[in-house]
Design a protein around this ligand. Structure first.
Ligand SMILES: [Zn+2]
Ligand SMILES: [Zn+2]
Length: 615
């Protein structure tokens, strides 16, 4: 055993030495878009290879996904018309797998590769080029040179006439050229290219903030107020974290004037937020602010204080980290917190918001099946992944955003309680950022400091809480025990109230959302009256207790009955009518609210006030 370990150690040292001495390539990218309506971006990559490098070929790779969206996107599927040449002579190339183009060098030291990428999806993950604008993040457009992601790169963007370029590293708005320390930082820049986006700036201390807006609908004159509200979010978050590290930061908004868009994506010095509706609409306005409160928190949590797997990135296989309940879940909690601290909702709306998240998690059949860590590991399947098969994820999977938000809520309140208001989760976040990002030696070329493991995080929570949190993490992070809401809320003189809704029974039935006409059953809750009664997904529900039902009235008809009743139901399955029986059990769905305890002692009221005031 010892010998084997030593051999491995020597081997890994040798590999490390090789990686360190790989001669750097000069890599420059050119991006053009001469025919926007074709949705085709035109990419040219010039690679200059030093004489000492005698490798026979160069591999160019499209990432399979990109940071922030963990489902596999397979950007290579949008690549077409690849070619390679040197000094105007074509070079042989071949695909060696679904994401890799291998170019034979034939001794050449200057290689140029060109290709086009189709993009017509304004999503923050894929790219879009159309007559109105070009929009991309980077990984969906640019191939990297395998083995040379760490080399510095240059980028030249050639927009159509009268279109301007803005990205997270823009210094002047007529800028067309950028340099980045490595490929990974180049593709961390949401970029907007178009004729009619606007930019409003504000300064806070030494830092400049750009608010770039591309509205596809009416703004109703609300942009100045919107920019002032963004500033309130920045003030609330920098009050907690201190001065951010960047010189400038860009909020890039799209108001998509539709009813289906929706995305927020964090980047090192910027965020891209795509909002349905229009800026003039109150709902869209505040929804965009909520997303901004979440995304700006990522400046610290995720983009700098990061899980160990988050950079340098391996884009040849899906992400595998146990820490998304921290990276996304804690950010979700603080997004809600910061929206409140910035003054956009009052205390009762804030508590309502948290109680709604509790309801979502506690009503989910997966809350006893999937832990926060397991949810994180399932991210490639649940972070906006699409399927052609039917899955049981509605019953078996849980959001690491929402479960993480509730873990954060509980930890925040418990730490406040245990330390009688001396410390909070804010201290955990600041201490982790300081130790792991600011003060740890650089673990790689990618970024300052090192990434954390869940163990690191547990240690820091334990230090701040003043007690060993190992058992707590076992129960609530690795395990699926119900979070200790009663204990944590009681410290602040609050309690969680669980009540049956006015129509408490569903019999475990969910309606198929795809079928807009028939009352077709979707995924049924496991162990529910519907499943026990022999109903199955795909059945069309015809009547309950002899009353014909529709999509509008079935809940109402079902709720004429009570627990223990046996109800005859009629369903149509593959054209045949079946008579089945439902026996109602206890309600499947509960409502939750957080309310103040009238008898709370003064110390608890004081802790509550501190928390609600964001201190
Ligand atoms: Zn745009
Ligand atoms: Zn996020």
């Amino acid at each position: 055993m010892r010998h084997a370990i030593r051999c491995l150690f020597v081997l890994s040292l040798a590999l490390f030495a090789r990686a360190q001495t790989l001669p750097s390539y000069l890599i420059s990218y050119r991006l053009a878009m001469s025919r926007p309506a074709s949705h085709l971006f035109e990419v040219t990559i010039d690679i200059s290879i030093p004489a000492v490098d005698t490798s026979a070929f160069v591999d160019l790779q499209m990432p399979r996904w990109q940071p922030g969206r963990y489902s596999v996107a397979d950007f290579a599927k949008n690549v077409q018309q690849f070619s390679a040449q040197s000094q105007n002579q074509p070079l042989e190339w071949d695909k060696v797998d679904d994401q890799t183009w291998r170019v034979q060098r034939r001794g050449q030291r200057i290689i140029t590769a060109t290709y086009k990428v189709f993009g017509d999806d304004l999503s923050g993950t894929y790219a879009q080029l159309d007559a109105g604008h070009g929009n991309y993040t980077g990984g969906e457009i640019f191939m990297y040179v395998a083995g040379h992601k760490q080399d510095s790169v240059e980028l030249h963007v050639e927009p159509p006439p009268n279109w301007r370029v803005s990205n997270g590293r823009t210094e002047r708005f007529d800028q067309h050229d950028w340099k980045y320390p490595n490929y990974e930082l180049m593709i961390d820049n949401p970029t907007e290219i178009g004729p009619d986006w606007t930019v409003d700036d504000f300064k806070l201390g030494e830092k400049t903030y750009h608010v770039v807006v591309h509205s596809r609908g009416d703004e109703g004159g609300r942009r100045p107020a919107f920019v002032r509200d963004i500033e309130k979010i920045v003030r609330a978050e920098t009050r907690m974290w201190g001065t951010p590290e960047f010189d400038s930061y860009t909020f890039l908004f799209h108001f998509a004037a539709d009813n289906r868009s929706g995305d927020g994506m964090e980047h090192l010095n910027s965020t891209q937020i795509i909002q349905s509706g229009i800026l003039a609409d109150r709902g869209s306005y505040y929804s965009a602010l909520r997303t901004a409160a979440h995304e700006f928190f990522h400046v610290w949590n995720v983009k700098r204080l990061r899980p160990v797997e988050f950079g340098p990135w391996d884009w040849t296989k899906p992400a595998a980290t146990r820490a998304l309940w921290i990276a996304e879940g804690f950010t979700q909690y603080y997004g809600v917190e910061m929206y409140h601290r910035a003054g956009f909702d009052d205390s009762s709306e804030f508590l309502r918001d948290l109680a709604d998240t509790i309801a979502t998690i506690e009503n989910s059949p997966a809350s006893k099946l999937m832990s926060a860590e397991a949810s994180s590991m399932a991210a490639p399947f649940i972070d906006r992944a699409s399927y052609h098969d039917r899955t049981n994820l509605e019953n078996s999977s849980l959001s690491y955003y929402l479960k993480g938000e509730l873990i954060a809520l509980n930890l925040d309140l418990l730490i406040r309680g245990w330390t009688t208001g001396q410390r909070s989760l804010d201290d955990v976040m600041r201490r982790a950022y300081d130790e792991l990002y600011l003060k740890s030696p650089n673990a790689s070329y990618y970024l300052k400091g090192r990434g954390y493991t869940v163990e690191d995080f547990k240690r820091i929570v334990s230090q701040v809480a003043g007690m060993d949190m190992t058992g707590w993490f076992e129960k609530y992070v690795r395990g699926v025990e119900t979070l200790p809401y009663d204990e944590s809320l009681a410290f602040l003189g609050l309690r969680l109230v669980k009540t049956a809704p006015s129509e408490p029974y569903t019999a475990g039935i969910r309606i198929d959302r795809e079928d807009r006409q028939a009352l077709r059953l979707g995924t049924l809750r496991p162990g529910s009256p519907a499943e026990n009664g022999g109903l199955q997904q795909g059945d069309i529900l015809v009547s309950i207790g002899g009353t014909t039902v529709s999509r509008d009235n079935w809940r109402n008809v079902l709720n004429r009955y009570k627990e223990g009743d046996r109800i005859p139901v009629t369903v149509r399955r593959f054209g045949q009518i079946l008579q089945l029986t439902l026996q109602l059990g206890p309600p499947e769905i509960y409502e939750y609210r957080i309310e103040e305890m009238p008898t709370a002692p003064p110390e608890a009221r004081k802790l509550r006030a501190q928390w609600l005031e964001g201190n």
